[in-house]
Design a protein around this ligand. Structure first.
Ligand SMILES: Nc1nc2c(c(=O)[nH]1)N[C@H]1C(S)=C(S)[C@@H](COP(=O)(O)O)O[C@H]1N2
Ligand SMILES: [Mo]
Length: 185
C-alpha cells in the first residue's frame, strides 16, 4: 500500500499532476448517497464525498477545445485502479454542455478517509457498481484511439496532437499496461 496514495493525471493536459487525496480535498467537495448493484455482493449503499472528476480535470488544463462542441466528443477518460481494474468515462458524460453528470473522485467513503487506499470513482447514475473503481491510481485523458475515419476533416478537423493521424499512424491510446489480478466482480 502506498502512503499516501497518489493519482496520476496524464494525457492531453497542460498541467499533468500527481495528486494525493489530501490535495483532492482542496477542490470543492460534494456529498452523495448512492445505491448500486454488485453481481456478487448484491445491493450496496454508500455515502461518498469528494470533488467532481470535471473539476479535477479542469484544474489540470484539459487540451480540449471548449469553444466547439463536436470535437470534444471523441475524448475519453481512462480511470485505472490499483489492481488494474479499469473503466472509461466519456468526456461528454461529465461535460456540462452534454451529460453534465456529477461523477466524483471520492476522498471518503461512509465517512472513512481514502488517503491510504486512493480515491474511488463514483458514478451515481450507474445501476451496476463496476465503474466505482477503487484505489484510483491514474486518470488518462485523450481522444478515442484507432484509425481516423475517412472524411473526418469534413466534420471539423482537429489536430489529434503529436500522434499525427495524417501520417497514417494510429493515435496513442491510454497506456496499455494492465496490472495482473484485476478481479472479476
Ligand atoms: N479497483 C477496483 N475497483 C472496483 C472493483 C475492482 O475489482 N477493482 N470492482 C467494482 C465492483 S464490481 C463493484 S460492485 C464495486 C463495489 O464497491 P464497494 O466495494 O465500494 O462496495 O467496486 C468496483 N470497483
Ligand atoms: Mo460488482
Amino acid at each position: 500500500m502506498r502512503h499516501p496514495a497518489t493519482v496520476r493525471l496524464h494525457g492531453h493536459l497542460d498541467r499533468p499532476a500527481e495528486l494525493t487525496v489530501g490535495q483532492l480535498r482542496d477542490l470543492p467537495s460534494h456529498r452523495v448517497e448512492v445505491t448500486f448493484d454488485c453481481r456478487t455482493e448484491g445491493e450496496q449503499r454508500h455515502g461518498y464525498e469528494g470533488p467532481t472528476l470535471w473539476d479535477v480535470l479542469c484544474a489540470a488544463g484539459p487540451r480540449v477545445d471548449l469553444a466547439a462542441r463536436k470535437p470534444r466528443l471523441k475524448f475519453l477518460l481512462a480511470v485505472t485502479g490499483s489492481d488494474g481494474h479499469r473503466a472509461v468515462v466519456s468526456w461528454a458524460e461529465i461535460d456540462p454542455d452534454f451529460g453534465g453528470q456529477r461523477i466524483l473522485l471520492a476522498t471518503s467513503m461512509d465517512g472513512a478517509p481514502l488517503d491510504e487506499s486512493g480515491p474511488q470513482l463514483v458514478v451515481p447514475a450507474d445501476h451496476c457498481g463496476a465503474r466505482y473503481v477503487s484505489g484510483v491510481t491514474a486518470v488518462w485523458l485523450g481522444p478515442v484511439p484507432g484509425p481516423e475515419p475517412a472524411g473526418a476533416e469534413a466534420v471539423g478537423a482537429e489536430a489529434v496532437g503529436a500522434e499525427g493521424v495524417a501520417s497514417g499512424r494510429v493515435p496513442t491510446g491510454p497506456p496499455a499496461a494492465e496490472p495482473a489480478g484485476a478481479a472479476r466482480r
